[in-house]
Ligand binder design. Structure first.
Ligand SMILES: O=C(O)CCC(=O)C(=O)O
Ligand SMILES: [Fe+2]
Length: 291
């Protein structure tokens, strides 16, 4: 893993382009980390209406997964609940990288506080995200130290380029999350890798990992509290096995303007929101009459 603390955003963006991932070790100060962690716990306890709790949250577990929906915070005037989120989403460093990586007019689709405290087989199986073939990049903030033992995130460097190649195929049957096996299937079906030795090498690595999943743990992104991880989620990734202890991560998802326009009209300014709704209606009508 390429670890470096250079803060030139063009260098960082180029590294994400090349490797799919960039890590800023222990980047945020302790005071910020504590504030974000407390904010997540408060939200998990009170569940204000602009949050969605998903999955493992429940009385029998200490874990929680709280998703703050940015457009709803705005609508329901909830900013006083989430000052840390407000600060973090305004970090000039990350905004600048988003501008470079996604082009202007991107949006944030989710801000999630995920605390995992129960032993698991895997927090997330290895997969790639597919956002209608549009770009997405995610920012993770480690709120405690993460390593092989407590479910740290895994990312296979350069596999985002295979994910991108898939976005250019006519394959229609892709979900928001697709397994490693599915990636290999679609590549086998449509993509000729024989002329690109780097891609071929990455494909072989993925085949190897599919046969021997333990090998994915060579790609754990370990880091101390405050570590910030930026990655393109079209590459193969997933949280590891939580054997003991706990893992606490806050993450936010940047999506490009095309995805925002098509799928998240609530986040658009009023005029664009109307246009997006009209375009959606037109798409539905067209599908209806074509059927
Ligand atoms: O939290 C993790 O380790 C993985 C989550 C994930 O797959 C994602 O954010 O796309
Ligand atoms: Fe994912």
């Amino acid at each position: 893993m390429h670890l470096s603390s250079t803060l030139d955003t063009s260098v960082i963006t180029a590294a994400v382009e090349r490797e799919g991932i960039y890590v800023l070790p222990e980047f945020l100060p302790t005071s910020d980390i504590a504030a974000i962690a407390d904010e997540g716990r408060r939200l998990a306890e009170h569940r204000p209406p602009f949050t969605r709790a998903i999955g493992e949250t429940g009385s029998s577990t200490r874990s929680f997964f709280i998703n703050v929906v940015p457009a709803r915070v705005q609508r329901e005037n909830g900013w006083s609940w989430v000052p840390s989120y407000d600060r973090v989403r305004s970090m000039p460093l990350v905004k600048d990288i988003a501008d470079r990586y996604l082009g202007r007019n991107w949006g944030i689709s989710n801000f999630i506080y995920h605390f995992a405290a129960e032993p698991s087989t895997e927090l997330f199986h290895l997969h790639f995200d597919h956002f209608d073939s549009q770009r997405c990049f995610k920012v993770y903030i480690y709120l405690n130290a993460a390593n092989r033992g407590n479910g740290a995130f895994r990312y296979i460097p350069r596999s985002h380029r295979l994910g991108r190649a898939i976005c250019e195929t006519p394959e229609k049957n892709l979900k928001l999350e697709n397994s490693l096996t599915r990636m290999l299937e679609v590549l086998d079906r449509y993509v000729d890798l024989s002329r690109d030795s780097e891609l071929k090498e990455c494909y072989e690595l993925l085949r190897n990992i599919e046969r021997n999943p333990e090998k994915s743990y060579d790609y754990v992104v370990a880091g101390g509290p405050g570590t910030v991880v930026l990655f393109d989620s079209v590459g193969i990734h997933g949280g590891g096995q939580l054997m003991s202890g706990e893992r606490y991560i806050a993450r936010y998802h940047f999506v490009d303007s095309g995805f925002l326009f098509r799928n998240l009209p609530d986040q658009l300014p009023p005029l664009k929101r109307q246009l997006s709704r009209a375009a959606g209606l037109y798409r539905r009508l067209r599908t209806h009459f074509a059927a």
